[in-house]
Write a protein that binds this ligand. Structure first.
Ligand code: GUN
Length: 283
């Protein structure tokens, strides 16, 4: 079997064209959607992600603000800016790029964001709402993956879904969404014994562990749907995912590439959440 390639750029383009129209409709009523992105420090990957997020906003006709701080900035400075943005009517979404430098209390920063503007869905209140099955904002990467699966017509009911990675950003919310879609979910992590035993049982395999080409063809069930969340840089400078794409795509039924898979969909769902926040406020 040769896998169907799930094209994140194509799906993102379709969705973003719709978002642009909706943003313009809001703008004509004086409510142009607005996103503020806060970046602390000089992490190279974070700088690229933030630039891509801001550019996507501009292209979709959103207002966007990028606020950058030195790595040694005091937390109170960032918290004061968040309070200001919480009260700013031009801003509907606030995102603090993670990771933050070590001297920050991440939970305190995320909790400082108004839950109504928490377009990442990381505020404890929004995490709780997602867990209870009535999310206010769905975290962008798992949200994008669910869009992929829906667009590809993949029915999750009763399927074995295996998630590699237990992060708050991807693994945990991903597992919750798959469970709510009636899949049987297994979450594997760094302490899992015999990882391949689990991955070989997966009808749907989500790799979000951050290790280049970790998932090899012998770990994948023939016909499985494979979603690759990883973005890893190889010594030659090229990007690759957590999945060994060539050999795995020869046996999977569908697979997301890196680049051009989950990445563009993550940013697209950030736009979706920001637009949703603005539309809620305009109602
Ligand atoms: N760092 C890696 N992924 C994300 C994300 O989705 N949101 C934020 N805020 N930081 C991240």
């Amino acid at each position: 079997m040769t896998a169907r390639i799930l094209d994140g750029n194509a799906l993102a383009q379709t969705l973003r064209a719709d978002f642009k129209k909706r943003a313009e409709a809001l703008a004509t009523r004086g409510n142009r959607p607005g996103l503020a992105v806060i970046l602390v420090g000089e992490d190279a990957a974070s700088q690229v992600y933030v630039r891509n997020k801001v550019n996507a906003c501009v292209q979709a006709g959103f207002h966007s603000e990028k606020l950058t701080y030195a790595p040694d900035v005091e937390a109170r400075v960032v918290l004061a800016k968040i309070a200001e943005l919480n009260a700013d009517p031009r801003i509907h979404g606030i995102l603090v790029q993670l990771p933050l430098p070590k001297h920050f209390d991440v939970d305190a920063v995320l909790k400082a964001i108004s839950p109504e503007k928490d377009v990442d869905g990381f505020h404890a209140e929004n995490v709780g709402a997602l867990m209870q099955g009535h999310p206010r904002f769905i975290p962008c990467t798992p949200y994008g993956i669910m869009q992929f699966l829906a667009d590809a017509g993949i029915d999750l009911k009763g399927k074995e879904a295996v998630v590699l990675g237990r992060s708050n950003i991807v693994g945990k919310p991903m597992a919750m969404l798959l469970m709510q879609a009636s899949a049987t979910v297994t979450v594997c992590h760094s302490q899992t014994r015999d990882l391949a035993f689990h991955t070989r049982r997966a009808d749907v395999l989500v790799a979000a562990l951050g290790k280049a080409r970790f998932v090899t063809a012998d770990m994948v069930k023939p016909g499985a749907v494979v979603i690759d969340v990883g973005i890893n840089r190889l010594p030659d400078g090229k990007l690759c995912g957590d999945v060994d794409f060539g050999p795995v795509s020869a046996i999977a039924s569908a697979i997301t590439p890196v680049p051009g898979g989950v990445g563009p969909m993550t940013i697209t769902m950030l736009l979706a959440n920001t637009l949703e926040a603005a539309e809620r406020e305009a109602r």
